[in-house]
Write a protein that binds this ligand. Structure first.
Ligand SMILES: [Zn+2]
Ligand SMILES: [Zn+2]
Length: 239
C-alpha cells in the first residue's frame, strides 16, 4: 500500500467517528441559524469534502453519496434519506461504538462494497466521457474529409449504367466500397507506346526520340481506380 493509499484509508476509517466528521467542517459556509449545521451533518453520517468550487460538498462515510447545493432549511438526515434511501448507516439501530465485532465487520463489508461500486461508477463515467469525446472527434474528422466525389465537380455527373473505361474519368459506383466516385486515372505504357517506339526506330529516329511515346499520356493505356479505396476498377488499352 502506498503512503497516499494509507492516508486515504486512515481518513476513511476515522470518518466512522462522528467527532472526526464534525472536525472536517472547518469552513462550512452556513451559520448556526440554519438547519444544516455541521453537528447535524456529522450526526447524519456526512463529512466535508469541500472544494474551491463546491464549498458545501459533503459525503457519507458509509454509502459514499456526495451532496452539495445545500439550502439553509435542508435537514441533513432527511436529505440523506431522500438521496440514498438504502444507506446502511440510516438503518442502524444502535451507535457504532456499542456494536459487536461481527456487526462492525458486516457493516465494513457493505461499506467496502459501496466504495467499489462508487469507484466503478466513476471509472465507467470517465470511460463513457472519453468514448463520447472520441466519437465527436471522429464525427468532425468525417466532416472534414471530402466526400469521394470531387467537390469541384459542381455539375451533376451522369452515372454510367455499365461502365465503359475510356481515356477520361467518369462517374460510377465503386463495386468495392460502394461509394459514388469519379474514377482516378493513371497512365501505363501499353502496346501503342511500344509500337510507336519501334516505328520510330524503324524510321531512324532512334537517338532518344524513340522514347518520346513513353512520356506522352495520350498514347499510353489508362488505368481507372477508385479514389476512395484505391482498388483498380478497369483499364483502357489503346491498342
Ligand atoms: Zn449514506
Ligand atoms: Zn472504392
Amino acid at each position: 500500500m502506498s503512503t497516499q493509499q494509507y492516508i486515504q484509508t486512515k481518513k476513511e476509517l476515522m470518518m466512522h467517528l462522528e467527532a472526526e466528521r464534525l472536525k472536517s467542517f472547518e469552513n462550512w459556509p452556513f451559520d448556526e441559524s440554519c438547519r444544516c449545521t455541521p453537528a447535524k451533518l456529522a450526526k447524519a453520517g456526512f463529512y466535508s469534502c469541500a472544494t474551491e468550487n463546491e464549498p458545501d460538498a459533503v459525503q457519507c462515510f458509509m454509502c459514499f453519496k456526495e451532496l452539495d447545493g445545500w439550502e439553509p432549511e435542508d435537514d441533513p438526515w432527511q436529505e440523506h434519506k431522500n438521496h440514498s434511501p438504502s444507506c446502511p448507516f440510516l438503518q442502524l439501530t444502535q451507535p457504532l461504538e456499542s456494536m459487536t465485532c461481527e456487526q462492525v465487520l458486516k457493516l465494513e463489508m457493505t461499506r467496502n462494497k459501496n466504495k467499489s461500486k462508487k469507484i466503478l461508477d466513476k471509472t465507467l463515467n470517465e470511460f463513457m466521457d472519453t468514448v463520447s469525446g472520441v466519437r465527436d472527434e471522429m464525427k468532425n474528422f468525417t466532416e472534414i474529409v471530402p466526400s469521394p466525389m470531387h467537390s469541384s465537380d459542381s455539375e451533376k455527373c451522369e452515372m454510367e449504367s455499365t461502365p465503359v473505361f475510356g481515356d477520361e474519368a467518369f462517374c460510377m459506383i465503386c463495386p468495392f466500397c460502394r461509394h459514388e466516385i469519379i474514377t482516378a486515372i493513371s497512365y501505363n505504357a501499353g502496346t501503342l507506346c511500344w509500337f510507336l517506339c519501334g516505328l520510330m526506330i524503324f524510321l531512324g529516329l532512334w537517338l532518344g526520340c524513340c522514347l518520346v511515346p513513353f512520356y506522352v499520356n495520350a498514347v499510353k493505356d489508362c488505368v481507372h481506380s477508385c479514389p476512395n479505396c484505391w482498388q483498380i476498377l478497369g483499364r483502357f488499352n489503346r491498342l
